[in-house]
Ligand binder design. Structure first.
Ligand code: HDE
Length: 716
């Protein structure tokens, strides 16, 4: 890792991590052992010290190795433990990355809820957040096109509140009963288990067509939202409609939203595709490194609230999870902040064993009759039983930080020892009794329910296209292009004409030019007429261009500086200082990882730089931007190096900011030259939301560094 300003922060961060313990981290320390503290000997699980853990007990002769003895308890234990290391992976969201953090409030929401976590501004509530992809197996790649999970466990003083959200505000289906179908259709096909972690196949798109309610959501998944640059740069949405109940017993409907302070940013598709092979752990590492470096990611936490009396005032049903609540109609009220500030100590016991349940709510928060939520409330507890067993809530990562006491008992692997002679209520000792509401007991909202038992939904659930149009209309031009290209890619992978032809017809219900463009690309019938008039309306907050950080920043971005022997040391040191001063991460990429020497110096001079990586070890895709310092000899070497040229050209193709000084300016121009495209035209092409150009964002500190670099007037 390159040295950077963050290296200093890192020490502070690490100190904070060890000294400042949240209630949850303190709680976990009861079950934590540290292999680095003190001197330990290897023991068996039953505590006996072992003298040899490499050789199975055998009957040996001087010149002959004999059969192994089954009697060897150490060898058997080691193998048994290994044989059973795996537990079933999650049926969806199998691949994930998690971290600890805290939730704080800057405004009380006491007018709408009595929940302590949403009203007490003096509290710091510990949280654990697990990000995930949905479709891939545990070993699949991070950067695939997919929805991302955003599951937050709030360890509140009144019990655990699990807000199990996604980075997209709506869902494919309206009723939980269809969940197995949508997931089966998206997962690998059953005959050959192909493809892995992809929606680009016949079954997925077959399902999308046959379920018009999925239309709005698939437009989101075909947008840049489903290829985020980082877990730190995406929004989180509770998706379902929950309720809030205030101290006066009044109920409102609510949606929960997290918006990242770093802004919402995405890859371009070609980057995401390549990274899936070049660095399948890209997002996992990105999160880990940021936290480890003290660059703690933060999100603003907001609520959209609709008073109970206004439930039916909208043209959509507010309990339909395929619809969002446009901000123009229901503004977001940001009331809190979520910060991630501590990496896990062990992946399995924390990130893998963490288990969320939408049914876990605390006083002041309730469910609604959203049919997707109601089904989820059943499903999550159920899935933990097969993944972790009935006592899953006792696992250190899952147990609450407030007292837990009840008459639930036994079950496989029960851990808690409860003393006393009764395990039922009521009992003659009045031991362990229900709480009153005043004592903090959960009061179910007395909702009046009446109706006919039937498999049906309210009429507004039958409209599926208005918000798909709203979403498409609200995109900027580049975002629209990306959606067309994404649909073009996905449907190109469908070889059944029924699937792609029908899908082109479906697109015609959203927008004629969208349908025409995609149909041209994938070989569908190019429609001449819209099947449904586009209403032309737009809404706030849907285009991710609206989520640039308040103060544009390149902090935590990865910038590669490419050099060979004979590089210009002034330019090199200048740009490195500038990048560091802006809080970004400079990585020196050399033609080799052995020391490289600046202009005028050679081996033995004692000067030079040891690159972090060499050109073959990394790819431009792993960096947000690249910079090439001058130095005649260095630039000449790079010109002759196909990989170096490819780095520059590829970064240019991904619309990244490319910097160069001195001799390197001509090299960069030549490497990027495309027939028919002059450099001055192309230099204006900046994917402003996937890459923030350094010069735009930190003029002062950046300029200072640049001024140190020779040839600043030629800076590209
Ligand atoms: Fe999930 N979902 N889901 N889901 N979901 C699971 O629970 C389910 C839905 C989400 O990091 C499972 O513990 C049903 C919407 C996340 O551990 C399972 C329905 C949203 C995670 C399950 C949905 C989500 C899960 C699998 C349709 C966004 C990962 C493992 C009604 C709001 C949590 C597990 C983690 C995981 C069921 C739809 C988000 C099987 C039945 C909508 C982030 O219980």
């Amino acid at each position: 890792m390159a040295s950077s300003i963050l290296a200093n922060v890192s020490e502070k961060a690490k100190e904070a991590m060890t000294t400042e313990k949240s209630a949850k981290v303190a709680d976990l320390s009861r079950d934590t052992r540290d292999i680095h503290s003190g001197t330990h000997h290897i023991t068996s699980d039953y505590g006996v010290k072992q003298i040899n853990t490499d050789d199975w007990l055998t009957i040996a002769n001087d010149d002959k190795t004999g059969p192994l003895l089954l009697e060897d308890p150490f060898a058997r234990e080691k193998i048994h433990r290994f044989d059973h290391e795996r537990i079933p992976e999650r049926v969806v969201h199998a691949r994930g990355a998690g971290a600890f953090g805290k939730f704080t409030l800057f405004e009380s929401a006491a007018d709408v809820t009595s929940a302590g976590v949403l009203t007490d501004t003096s509290r710091e509530t510990p949280v654990f957040l697990r990000f995930s992809t949905v479709l891939g197996s545990r070993g699949s790649a991070d950067t695939v096109r997919d929805v991302r999970g955003f599951a937050v466990k709030f360890y509140t003083e009144e019990g655990n509140w699990d807000l199990v959200g996604n980075n997209i505000p709506v869902f494919f289906i309206q009723d939980a009963m269809k969940f197995p179908d949508v997931i089966h259709a998206g997962k690998p096909e059953p005959n050959n288990e192909v493809p892995q972690a992809q929606t680009a196949h016949n079954n997925f798109w077959d399902f999308q067509y046959l379920h018009p309610e999925a239309t709005h959501m698939f437009m989101w998944t075909q947008s840049d939202r489903s290829i985020p640059r980082s877990y730190r740069m995406m929004q989180g949405f509770g998706v379902n409609t929950f309720t809030l109940i205030n101290g006066k017993g009044e109920r409102s409907f609510v949606k929960f939203i997290f918006t990242p302070d770093l802004g919402v940013h995405s890859f371009v598709w070609d980057e995401a595709l390549k990274l899936a092979g070049q660095d399948p752990d890209f997002h996992r590492k990105d999160l880990w490194e940021a936290i480890d470096n003290g660059a703690f990611p933060t999100w603003k936490f907001g609520v959209q609230v609709i008073p109970e009396a206004e439930e039916h005032n909208f043209e959509f049903d507010i309990l339909d999870a395929t619809k969002l609540w446009p901000e123009e109609l229901v503004p977001i009220r940001y009331i809190g902040q979520l910060e991630l500030n501590r990496n896990v100590d062990e992946y399995f016991t924390q990130t893998e064993q963490v288990a969320f349940c939408t049914s876990h709510i605390v006083p002041g928060i309730g469910f609604s009759d959203d049919p997707l939520l109601q089904g989820r409330n059943f499903s999550y507890f159920d899935t933990q039983l097969s993944r972790l067993g009935i006592n899953w809530q006792e696992l250190p990562i899952n147990r609450p930080v407030c007292p837990v006491m009840n008459h639930n008992r036994d079950g496989a692997m029960r851990h808690t020892i409860t003393k006393g002679s009764v395990n039922y209520w009521p009992n003659r000792f009045e031991a362990v009794k229900p709480a009153t509401v005043q004592e903090g007991g959960y009061l179910d909202y007395p909702e009046k329910v009446a109706g006919i038992k039937a498999r049906t939904k309210a009429p507004k659930f039958r409209e599926h296209f208005n918000q798909a149009q709203l979403f498409y209309n609200s995109m900027s031009e580049p975002e629209k292009h990306h959606i067309i290209a994404a649909l073009g890619f996905e449907l190109d992978h469908c070889d059944d004409p029924v699937v792609y032809t029908r899908m082109c017809e479906r697109l015609c219900e959203i927008d004629l030019s969208l349908a025409q463009n995609v149909a041209e690309l994938v070989g569908g019938d190019v429609p001449q007429q819209a099947k449904r008039q586009n209403h032309g309306k737009k809404a706030k907050g849907l285009s991710q261009l609206e989520y640039m950080p308040e103060k544009p920043t390149i902090a935590t971005r990865r910038i590669a500086i490419i050099i060979a022997d004979g590089y210009d040391p002034v330019a090199y040191n200048g740009i490195k200082a500038a990048i560091t001063a802006a809080g970004a991460l400079p990585f020196t990429i050399g033609v080799r990882r052995n020391t490289l020497f600046p202009a005028g110096e050679s081996k033995g001079s004692g000067n030079g730089v040891v690159p972090d990586h060499h050109l073959e070890g990394m790819r431009s895709t792993m960096f947000d931007s690249i910079f090439v310092p001058g130095g005649a000899q260095s630039v000449e070497t790079l010109r002759k190096n196909g990989r170096a040229v490819h780095w520059v050209r590829e970064a240019f193709g991904h619309l990244k900011a490319i910097g160069a000084v001195g001799e390197a300016v001509a090299f960069v121009k030549d490497a990027c030259a495309l027939p028919g495209l002059s450099f001055s035209e192309s230099s204006d092409v900046v994917d402003s939301y996937s890459v923030v150009t350094a010069s735009q964002t930190q003029p002062n500190s950046f300029k200072e560094g640049i001024q140190m670099a020779k040839g600043a007037k030629d800076f590209v």
